[in-house]
Design a protein around this ligand. Sequence first.
Ligand SMILES: Nc1ncnc2c1ncn2[C@@H]1O[C@H](COP(=O)(O)OP(=O)(O)OP(=O)(O)O)[C@@H](O)[C@H]1O
Length: 483
Amino acid sequence: MADVLLIDDDAAVIPAQVRQLFPAPAHRVRWASTGRDGLASVRREAPDVILLDLMLPDQSGLEVYQQIRALDARIPVVFITMAKTADTAIEAMKHGAFNYLHKPLDLVQLGQTVREACEVARRMRSPVLLNEEPPDERAEGSLIGGCPAMLEVYKSIGRVAAQDVTVLLTGESGTGKELVARALYQHSARSKAPFLALNCAAIPEHLLESELFGHEKGAFTGADRRRIGKFEQCNGGTLLLDEVGDMPLALQAKILRVLQERTFERVGGNETIHTDVRVIASTHRDLARLSAQERFRADLFYRLGVFSIHLPPLRERGDDVATLARHYVRRFGAELGRDIREIAPETLERLAAHPWKGNVRELQSVLKQALLKASGTVLLPLFLPSLLNPVRPPGAGVAQPALEDFIQQRLALKTTQLYAEAHDELDRFLLTAVLESSQGNQSQAARTLGVSRQTLRLKLRALFPNGTEPSGEDGSDPDLASN
Ligand SMILES: Nc1ncnc2c1ncn2[C@@H]1O[C@H](COP(=O)(O)OP(=O)(O)OP(=O)(O)O)[C@@H](O)[C@H]1O
């Protein structure tokens, strides 16, 4: 959903174009034809993004822009200009505008710019909560997990967020570095100023310098006008340099200078520009090793690493895997229209045993795949992608160690119901295995077990605590009537 405010006196074309790209009810487009009405609209309710014409009937776009900044500096503002007014738009970029587009509008570019701006707005606004307790439904942007290593991460965020220092975030891909960067920003004194991110690995080397520092007209072939880079645009705010380990060596010296002296020159320019940006850098690479191999400047590594936070890989977070899985099953279940109320213990065991090379991002993907396959109200192992369902050699008894553990556990707890408990445990294992082999078809599972479907259903209800049925052939099963 994009909430767009268009401030432009051109009633004929542009409002219709923006509405065509972002149609209701999925999106919301407000339109104001004067600066005054536009500002009133921002005061009533801040939009995700503002499209602002530079030439308005009552005041200049730049004046309106300054007033928007004073109301809320985090709203990304995209200027709409005639080619001849582009210099003013560049001036606005120096003061933190998000981008500018020329009239007549290129709809593809307009759509892309508004989507990017919405994403930037989301990053700044959606609060990142630090969740040491099991999460609840509202915890969309929460950092979830209470394992000792994550508690250390929360402590580090608390210690350093308000200090205006550079922070280096390390950890494998998908461990939550971007989420931590946003938490640092939101808990800092700069939380009302912009937060921008740049993925250093995603931008071709020859464009990266200009993206970061801007360029002057004629600096290189194709540089037909001045461009403002992220360090200038983000003055007063926070800049995340994602994948900083992939930054070319030549550029690293320039980054070091901005960090130390807060000055730089645009590509092809002589003017020294001062900037006040808090840098958060992140990488999945081992910068110490890279700098030992002279592939990353040691001085920059030391400068970035004054305060670093390491995100542990998911496989080292113990019970956090189950906590995250429950959270995502609730969240994605609601999004995908699946009424899964429980994750079977065997499913959790498989999740806990998986190496999670892609970390939380991989867990999200696995659970989405499982939910798409799932039916019934319990997430069974058979719904997991095959990667997580180990192929068992014929005759290998995987139940035995689990059953032994279970018995030892109950003995340690001095149970007086072990006979019934062990039988239930065995039943749980047996029914899950048979349902897996029947692809969730309860009638076929009942035939394999040699019991009626009704008996199987009663057993399943008894074995799963909330009294719900785990399998997915309800109602449509041709055998239902005969049981
Ligand atoms: N502890 C966590 N609690 C909840 N969600 C998390 C957690 N860690 C990561 N995520 C989610 O996992 C996904 C990947 O996280 P993020 O993009 O922050 O990882 P990253 O380390 O920056 O990855 P990359 O290096 O590949 O960019 C996001 O959707 C994020 O919200």
